[in-house]
Design a protein around this ligand. Structure first.
Ligand code: NDP
Length: 293
């Protein structure tokens, strides 16, 4: 039996629709327009694409989208000054500084200069600490999207064995915290993990966030497990073009898993949808209004 495909594209469309509905109500009932500011430093081509998509979807949801595109020669002090201006701007509820930043800029310093209440990426040290201690925080968008899909598929995740492969600050670690918050038994695997296939084989939920094309084959997957593939890897095709693949070997995993997210069309679309949702949440919190569910 082949796995159920978790359609991230459709799920993200439903999240965006809910966000747009909430934005319309905030405007109508409270005269508020949630505002998201994105800061892009330099010419990184992937970042340019992300920022363009973020801006487009922010506007489509009826929100204010502000973009600050700065040359890669911009000094750390200038970026910090811009962050301060955005922190003080009441029309801006979410601030996102697109990573990576140029090498001469201390990314941690910049991220930690963002007002934690406006930190819609959830990377500020205060939000990391709040998430780690199970308190209300801004949750990083990619793991939040993964969790939403898992919850929608399973309902309760309580007691399930979850293995997160990858321990980055932006995906692996917050994903593990979220799953722990759902009362999963969580293992975080990484490049030094011994016998990774055996570790993955005991998981009811596998979240792969490694950045290695098709590294996890189907025979590492426990029959019936749910597989969330965060990886986005571009690999060459025979015709000289390229295609996107995940960290999981989809063709073999789909034969074993109970449910699986495809790449593309799985986790990716959920990330921006969650960014929009976080911006609405930040706007509600800033104005003492009930948050969207
Ligand atoms: P990082 O490079 O920051 O982290 C990769 C992690 O994988 C590290 O913890 C590393 O371990 C671990 N790892 C590397 N090699 C192995 C191995 N052979 N076995 C086990 N673990 C290994 O990546 P990110 O977390 O930023 O991203 C991961 C993937 O997710 C990438 O493909 C990225 O493009 C994608 N991504 C997708 C997003 C989306 O919106 N869908 C958003 C963000 C990322 P160690 O710590 O020991 O080095």
């Amino acid at each position: 039996m082949t796995a159920q495909i978790i359609d991230g594209k459709a799920f993200a469309a439903s999240v965006r629709e809910k966000v747009a509905g909430h934005v319309a109500r905030l405007k109508q009932d409270h005269g508020l327009t949630p505002g998201l500011a994105v800061v892009l430093v330099g010419e990184d081509p992937a970042s340019q694409v992300y920022v363009r998509n973020k801006g487009k979807q922010t506007k489509e949801a009826g929100m204010l989208s502000v973009e600050h595109r700065l040359p890669d020669t911009t000094s750390e002090a200038e970026i910090l000054a811009l962050v301060e201006t955005l922190n003080a701007d009441p029309s801006i509820h979410g601030i996102l500084v697109q990573l990576p930043l140029p090498e001469h800029v201390n990314a941690e310093l910049v991220i930690n200069a963002i007002d934690p209440a406006k930190d819609v990426d959830g990377f500020h040290i205060s939000n990391v600490g709040l998430l780690g201690t199970g308190q209300k925080s801004m949750v990083p968008c990619t793991p939040l999207g993964c969790l939403m899909m898992l919850r929608a598929h399973h309902g309760s995740l309580s007691g399930m064995d979850a293995v997160v492969v990858g321990r980055s600050n932006i995906v692996g670690k917050p994903m593990a915290q979220l799953l722990l918050g759902e009362s999963c038994t969580v293992t975080i695997a990484h490049s030094r993990t011994r016998d990774l296939p055996e570790v993955v084989r005991r998981a009811d939920i596998v979240v792969a966030a490694v950045g290695r094309p098709q590294m996890i084959p189907g025979d590492w997957i426990k029959p019936g497990a749910t597989v969330i593939d965060v990886g986005i890897n571009r690999v060459p095709k025979d015709d000289g073009k390229s295609r996107l693949v995940g960290d999981v070997d989809f063709d073999s995993a789909v034969e074993v898993a109970g449910a699986i997210t495809p790449v593309p069309g799985g986790v990716g679309p959920m990330t921006i949808a969650c960014l929009l949702a976080n911006t609405v949440t930040a706007c509600c919190r800033a104005n003492g209004l009930p948050e969207p569910e």
